[in-house]
Design a protein around this ligand. Structure first.
Ligand code: GMT
Length: 382
C-alpha cells in the first residue's frame, strides 16, 4: 500500500506512535509518505520506502496566523496525486483530519480515503474546548475510518462528542526487540555512582504530566533512602521542576537530560518509572519502560489501567497523591530484588498485549477494510 501519514513532528506521544507506525509499515513493504512541517522527531531510519514531504506555509503580512491547515491539505493532495496514495492516515484530530477531509474533497472523483487516529488531548483537552468541538466532531464523523488508542479514549469520545461513527480500538505498541532490558553500566555509573536505585520519567513536560510531582515523590523517597532521579524530555514545566529540585537541595541527585532520540538505550537502566499525570489516554512512555523491564508507578487515570496492572507490574495511585506514590516507590525499591521480578512481569505483560509485531497487522487489516469499504455504494455518495 501507499500510505500518507501526518502527525505532529514534535516531542509527544502521538508523533512517536505515528512515526514508529510508519517505520514498521515500511519494514513490512509498504511505501510510507510522511507529510508534516518538519521531520518527525523519531524518524531515524530513512530508507527507500520512506519519504518525507515538507509542508511549507507561505506567509503574508495580512496573516497573523499562517493557515497551516490549508497548506497541509494542499500538500496532501499534491503527494496523493504524485505518488498515487491509497489513503491518508492522520494522527491527532486537530487540525489534521480537517486537512485530510479537504484533500479528499479536492481529490474527487479520485478516491482518497482518510483515517483519523485519536490520541488523547485532541479529545480530552483541545477537542472538547468549545472553539474546536464542532469541527473536531465533524472531521471525526467525516473520516473513512477512526481508531482510538485505548478503550477509555473510544468510550470518552463517543460519550462527549456523541459521534455515531464506529471507532476501532487499536492500542499503542512498542517494538519489543528494540525496547528491552539493557543496563548500561557507564550510564548507571554516571548517575548512581554508589549503585543507588534510579527513578526515571519521560514526557514532554506539559502541565498535564505533573512533572513537579515526580520531584515531590522523589524527595519523599530520598528522605528514607538513597536514590537518583533521571528526567528525560523538555517542555513548559521544566523550569519549575528544576527550581523545585534546587529548593529541595536535590541537585546532586536529579538529572535533567532534555530531549533524547534513543530513549530505549536509557530506559533499560531504570529501576522504577514515574508517570504522575493528571490525565493520560494510554501512557506510551510507561509501556516503553515496561518493555525494558521497568515497573511503573502511575496515576489511576484514563487508559493507564489498561496498560499497568496494579500490584502486578507496577502500582497505581490517585493524581497528586505523592505520599502514597512515595510509599509504593519505597516498597518496590527496598525489595530484596529491587523490583526486578515486577519488572520482568512488566515486560511479559507488554509483550503479550502491545508488541508491534501483533499491533501493526491490525492497522494493515484496518486499512484494507477501509479500502474495501470506500468502494461501497453508501460511501460513493460523499
Ligand atoms: O501527552 C501528551 O501531552 C502528548 C500526547 C500527544 O498526542 O502527543 O499524548 C497522547 O498520545 C499518546 C500516544 O498515543 C498517549 O500515550 C498519551 O497518553 C496521550 N496523552 C494524554 O492523553 C494526556
Amino acid at each position: 500500500m501507499k500510505i500518507g501519514i501526518t502527525c505532529y513532528p514534535t516531542y509527544g506521544g502521538s508523533g512517536v506512535v505515528a512515526t514508529e507506525l510508519g517505520m514498521e509499515l515500511a519494514a513490512r513493504g509498504h511505501d510510507v509518505h510522511f507529510i508534516s512541517y518538519s521531520v518527525p522527531i523519531r524518524l531515524n531510519s530513512m530508507n527507500e520506502r520512506i519519504t518525507f514531504h515538507e509542508v511549507e506555509v507561505a506567509t503574508y503580512p495580512l496573516f497573523d496566523h499562517p493557515p497551516y491547515t490549508l497548506a497541509l491539505a494542499t500538500k496532501m493532495l499534491e503527494v496523493a496525486e504524485e505518488v498515487s496514495l491509497d489513503l491518508l492516515h492522520v494522527h491527532y484530530a486537530i487540525p489534521h483530519s480537517v486537512s485530510a477531509l479537504l484533500a479528499r474533497m479536492m481529490a474527487a472523483p479520485r478516491r482518497l480515503p482518510f483515517i483519523t487516529t485519536l490520541h488523547g488531548t485532541d479529545i480530552t483537552l483541545v477537542g472538547s474546548d468549545r472553539s474546536y468541538l464542532p469541527i473536531t466532531r465533524f472531521s471525526i464523523e467525516q473520516s473513512d475510518g477512526v481508531t482510538a488508542i485505548s478503550n477509555y479514549l473510544r468510550d470518552r469520545t463517543i460519550r462527549e462528542f456523541e459521534v455515531r461513527h464506529p471507532i476501532e480500538v487499536i492500542p499503542n505498541f512498542v517494538n519489543c526487540d528494540l525496547y528491552k532490558r539493557a543496563e548500561d553500566p557507564a550510564l548507571r555509573h554516571r548517575w548512581a555512582r554508589n549503585g543507588e536505585p534510579i527513578l526515571m520519567h519521560l514526557s514532554n513536560f506539559r502541565p498535564v504530566k505533573r512533572i513537579t510531582d515526580c520531584i515531590e515523590i522523589f524527595s519523599l523517597v530520598r528522605e528514607k533512602m538513597p536514590a537518583k532521579l533521571v528526567m528525560i524530555g523538555d517542555g513548559p514545566d521544566r523550569g519549575s521542576a528544576e527550581y523545585l529540585v534546587r529548593k529541595k537541595k536535590l541537585s546532586k541527585d536529579a538529572f535533567f537530560l532534555g530531549k533524547q532520540d534513543h530513549v530505549h538505550e536509557i530506559l533499560g537502566s531504570a529501576d522504577l518509572f514515574l508517570l504522575p499525570s493528571d490525565s493520560e489516554s494510554f501512557g506510551l512512555a510507561a509501556l516503553e519502560a515496561m518493555a525494558c523491564e521497568v515497573p511503573v508507578l502511575a496515576t489511576n487515570v484514563g487508559g493507564v489501567p489498561e496498560v499497568v496492572t496494579h500490584g502486578v507490574d507496577g502500582y497505581l495511585f490517585e493524581p497528586r497523591d505523592v505520599e502514597t506514590a512515595s510509599r509504593f516507590a519505597i516498597e518496590i525499591l527496598t525489595r530484596s530484588d529491587r523490583g526486578r521480578a515486577m519488572g520482568q512481569m512488566a515486560r511479559a505483560n507488554a509483550r503479550s498485549r502491545y508488541c508491534s509485531n501483533d499491533i501493526i497487522p491490525r492497522y494493515e487489516a484496518f486499512y484494507e477494510k477501509i479500502l474495501r469499504g470506500v468502494d461501497a455504494p453508501a460511501l460513493t455518495a460523499r
